[in-house]
Design a protein around this ligand. Structure first.
Ligand code: SAM
Length: 249
């Protein structure tokens, strides 16, 4: 039993008009075509009511509005260039995948891939995943992916990692009992921290090893890690039942 994991009764987080995000939001100049994808495609794919500017009171959204029905909802945190997200969407047409990525060049890359793949079961939030987690009702997510999260290698920066309670508790609250949470990383110390922190947030470890999932789609960052001789590790967690992770009275 742990005493920090969120439960169904965990209050929604306070309004977040402003929050720390230490990664890059903008990279090198976008190509003309990429500017076109952003101008023409993002509006239709971007769910309403998620950004703190648009929804300052952080009113919960109805997840059914994301895809217009009650299909299972998956989340990809930091989709980068979008290769994993688009392939997962193509292979799983009955689910809806929401991707969150503050790096606008990554968003533009994703939009180009969506055009090519012709998938229609993706929603794209060009911002911090915590903005979405603030406004999702408890247990809305059936699966979540964290692929090659920013490693923040310096010890004093470890608290910026996604695998900290500030990020994991809102994620746990939004995940359904039994929902799967996958982490892929090539940074051994990142996985060490994940194995410590993710269970504290209300997940049980299922596996952690060097064997990728059967349906794994390698990403740009994984390819870079392999070229540079680093070794990927893949961890699977399951959200434990909200009731059984309740804090002791
Ligand atoms: C190292 S890159 C990996 C990208 C991609 N998943 C891959 O494997 O190629 C990590 C990404 O996570 C994004 N990111 C970092 N913190 C985030 C957050 N709080 N919410 C959403 N995305 C985030 C960054 O902008 C960055 O693009």
């Amino acid at each position: 039993m742990n005493d920090t994991a969120p439960t169904d009764k965990t209050p929604a987080p306070p309004p977040a008009r402003w929050r720390n995000f230490y990664g890059r939001r903008v990279g090198k100049t976008l190509r003309v075509a990429q500017k076109g994808y952003l101008a023409e495609d993002l509006g239709a794919l971007r769910p309403a009511g998620i950004s703190p500017d648009e929804n300052p009171g952080r009113t919960p959204i109805d997840p059914g509005t994301l895809f217009g029905d009650a299909r299972p909802l998956w989340l990809e945190i930091g989709f980068g260039g979008g290769e994993h997200m688009v392939a997962m969407a193509a292979r799983n047409p009955a689910v809806g995948i929401v991707g969150c990525e503050p790096y606008i060049n990554g968003v533009a890359m994703l939009l180009g891939k969506i055009r090519l793949a012709g998938v229609h079961n993706l929603a794209v939030y060009p911002g911090d995943a915590r903005d979405l987690l603030d406004v999702l009702p408890p247990a809305a997510l059936a699966k979540a992916f964290l692929n090659y999260p920013d490693p923040w290698p310096k010890r004093r920066h470890h608290r910026r990692r996604f695998v900290t309670q500030d990020h994991l508790q809102p994620l746990a609250r939004a995940m359904a009992p039994g929902a799967e949470f996958r982490i892929a990383t090539d940074i051994a110390d990142y996985m060490r921290q994940a194995l410590e922190e993710v269970p504290r947030a209300g997940f049980a470890l299922v596996s952690c090893n060097g064997a990728a999932w059967d349906d794994w789609v390698s990403t740009r960052y994984e390819q870079k890690a392999l070229r540079e001789g680093r070794v990927p590790q893949y961890a699977t967690f399951r959200r434990v039942s909200h009731a059984s992770s309740a804090a002791p009275a």
